[in-house]
Ligand binder design. Structure first.
Ligand code: KG4
Ligand code: ZN
Length: 356
């Protein structure tokens, strides 16, 4: 083989994923097992349950990715695996599986930072040079960073409490959208986006958080509590019991979506201005990459487009399947690190196996 080949393994949260990617960004094989359905039923991720599901699926998923790629394990140049951040119990499954494979195949090991992988994904699909700005918004992540190199990040802002997807999931759960005939199989964020189209955002007036804060941080839990209280009040007004769907649910969804879109857009605007004023980004052709599950929300994307248009930036999003957790981004991060000669381990000594 002329090209270097990397196997990527991801188990940081609730997806068991693997992929084989070559040096030029060709995805040769991939496989993913999502636990979403199970966690939707329990109303959130229970770490030991996630761990058990990773254990049940990891061998098969890695095997599927390898088989689809038609690459024999001996041809791999390295194995790259997410080691942080994430749920410790979930990460442990991927790490211990990978370390066994590394020892067995005698291949270099590349530990991957999950956020770095999300941020670099865009370079697999688009020709994007450093530096660029990245906004990661999902159920577990909320950060703004300047990406100056493969492992050179300047963190500009983060959520001081929960992530936007987490908040949307909580609101959707509180509104019992899982019982709504049109939304029963959707994630909380997707259900809110769907319902918002039928609602009037002007019927509720939620204040965007942190309007006076002179930084690029985010906050969603204050807003979440305000919305929770509002829902309780509406239930009283409409004479609806907790667990039933409010007639104003669509209006609430529209207002919630609008408020968090404003908040996210404003913080991102500050980050762009901060970088441009200090010449940290190209003046005429800066790039903003938006990724994570919440980035698939078209209303939020529209709000971000207004910001990028006003600041002469280009807005780029990876395709939806690469916005959420996947094995391809981990393998690609391995390729990036291999090419840059960064963080490649030739021995698993000192790396701990999953505690039994
Ligand atoms: O990236 P992801 O699959 O997993 C992590 O959280 O890492 O993102 C899932 C999150 C969930 O909170 C989900 O409610 C949210 O992304 N989400 C959305 C949409 N689709 C998924 N939020 C807003 N609008 C959507 N269309
Ligand atoms: Zn993620």
């Amino acid at each position: 083989f002329l090209h270097k080949l990397v196997l990527g393994i991801e188990t940081s949260c609730d997806d068991t994923a693997a992929a084989v990617v070559d040096e030029t960004g060709n995805v040769l094989g991939e496989a993913i097992h999502s636990q979403t359905e199970v966690h939707l039923k329990t109303g959130g991720i229970i770490p030991p349950v996630a761990q058990q599901l990773h254990r049940e699926n990891i061998q098969r998923i890695v095997q599927e990715a390898l088989s689809a790629s038609k690459v024999s394990p001996s041809e791999l140049s390295a194995i790259a695996t997410t080691i942080k951040p994430g749920l410790a119990l979930s990460l442990g499954v991927g790490l211990s599986f990978s370390l066994q494979l590394v020892d067995q195949l005698k291949k270099p090991f590349i530990p991957i930072h999950h956020m770095e992988a999300h941020a670099l994904t865009i370079r697999l699909t688009n020709k994007v040079e450093f530096p660029f700005l990245v906004l990661l918004i999902s159920g577990g992540h909320c950060l703004l960073a300047l990406v100056r190199g493969v492992s050179d990040f300047l963190l500009l802002g983060k959520s001081l409490d929960i992530a936007p997807g987490d908040m949307l999931d909580k609101v959707a759960r509180r509104l019992s959208l899982i019982k709504h005939p049109e939304c029963s199989t959707m994630s909380g964020g997707k259900a809110i986006e769907h319902l918002a189209k039928q609602g009037n955002k002007l019927h509720f007036d939620f204040k965007p958080p942190m309007q006076r804060a002179r930084n690029c941080d985010f906050s969603f839990s204050g807003l979440h509590h305000v919305i929770d209280k509002m829902i309780m009040q509406k239930e009283k007004e409409e004479g609806v019991e907790k667990g039933q769907i409010l007639s104003s649910a669509a209006d609430i969804a529209a207002a919630v979506q609008h408020t968090i879109a404003c908040h996210i857009a404003k913080r991102t605007h500050r980050a762009i201005l901060f970088c441009k004023q200090r010449d940290l980004l190209c003046q005429s052709n800066a790039v903003l990459v938006v990724s994570g599950g919440v980035a698939s929300n078209l209303y939020i994307r529209k709000a971000l487009e207004i910001v990028t248009d006003a600041t002469q930036c280009t807005l780029l999003c990876p395709p939806p399947r690469l916005c959420t957790d996947n094995g391809i981004m981990i393998a690609w991060n391995g390729v990036e690190r291999l090419r840059a000669g960064l963080g490649i381990l030739h021995s698993t000594e000192g790396i701990r196996y999953e505690p039994k």
